[in-house]
Design a protein around this ligand. Sequence first.
Ligand SMILES: NC(=O)c1ccc[n+]([C@@H]2O[C@H](COP(=O)([O-])OP(=O)(O)OC[C@H]3O[C@@H](n4cnc5c(N)ncnc54)[C@H](O)[C@@H]3O)[C@@H](O)[C@H]2O)c1
Length: 398
Amino acid sequence: MKKIGILGAGSMGAGIAQVAAQSGHKVVLCDTKEEQLEKAKAKLAKIMARLVEKGKITQQQSDNTQNNISYTTSMNDFEGSGLIIEAIIENLDIKKAVFEQFESIVDDQCILASNTSSLSIASIASACKNANRVIGIHFFNPAPLMKLVEIIPAIQTDDKTLRQSRDIIESWQKITVQAKDTPGFIVNRVARPFYGEALRIYEEGIADFATIDWAMTEIGGFRMGPFTLMDYIGNDINYTVTETVFKAFYYDPRYKPAFTQKRYSEAGWLGRKSGKGYYDYSENANNPAPTKSLVLGQQIVDRIVAMLINEAVDALYLNIANAKDIDLAMTKGVNYPKGLLKWCDEIGAIEVLSRLEKLQSDYGEDRYRASFLLKKAIENGFTFEHFIENGYSYCDLV
Ligand SMILES: NC(=O)c1ccc[n+]([C@@H]2O[C@H](COP(=O)([O-])OP(=O)(O)OC[C@H]3O[C@@H](n4cnc5c(N)ncnc54)[C@H](O)[C@@H]3O)[C@@H](O)[C@H]2O)c1
């Protein structure tokens, strides 16, 4: 397959176009807005120049990548593509309308993929006559740098589309994991407590932002603390994902958003991009220092990690993905220091369950309920190691 169509030249579309072009494909990048196309082209030229300067690629490779991409405002130029990846605004009706249009432009063999973060692939596919060639291909931001790509077959997707999609994306030097078509797929589901429980700890007055971030990085081994990361992602974006996941799970209290983040988002304290979020990013800013108490820090880490492990175990229990893919997704998609199922084995399921049960009994909230599979692991005395090694899903064993 040589020709790839990308719809939407925003941060994701432009990044995905770069990845495909660097892998030798002819890419057609389409956007309704001329200025977005110009921006994407200029940004790519800048990135390529920097890579040449650093000696990471040759001038010839830079030229080839740039020459591989053509920019257009007409979707008709997708004709002859083997794969189209849609990366436009996160709106179901608009996505369905463009998928319907794709079918009148390309032949029957063309795979139609969406980069949606939160919408149902089954719903997008329902707009197509030939729904079995529709699939979710979910890149992470920035697409050229992030190794992980989640592949999400809808219930309509056929095996050939799934196989070919994985093959193409892996040929772009990406690591693919397969996820069930459910809210947040793997990463955006399992990672929720990293933000949510940190916000809850802050709201209870247990610790401030800087202390929670210090604990999670210095003691927990995470590359970035939750508040630094939320400021990096943008409080508006991160809040919207949380709210979308919460609603999509029929208001399961495990995913309840925090008022703190809602207010920060409403106030325009979005993080790095607005110059202020949980931290002040202006020059000579005087951000508070963490309280470096090892006892408090360990309590914070133990609580958040127990919640994260519980999400990972529950995702395995509900067959959202196999054990290997769940651990890969969190280490390669969001750079966690280790896979959460592996982490569960290290800490011990008994200890994780006891932390959750203590929280549930202290607060009396369903938010802290433990996954059935965590209890089952203790009851039957198994660890997750052989699930991870063999790439087992829970359904392989029952
Ligand atoms: N930004 C992220 O971190 C991230 C990560 C993974 C997935 N996603 C998903 O990727 C998709 C795009 O996100 P983004 O952050 O790149 O958005 P963006 O706002 O940066 O870009 C969207 C682009 O789509 C264009 N567009 C809108 N409607 C169009 C149409 N009908 N036809 C052609 N072009 C159209 C816009 O002009 C804009 O250039 C969304 O579905 C989002 O959920 C985003």
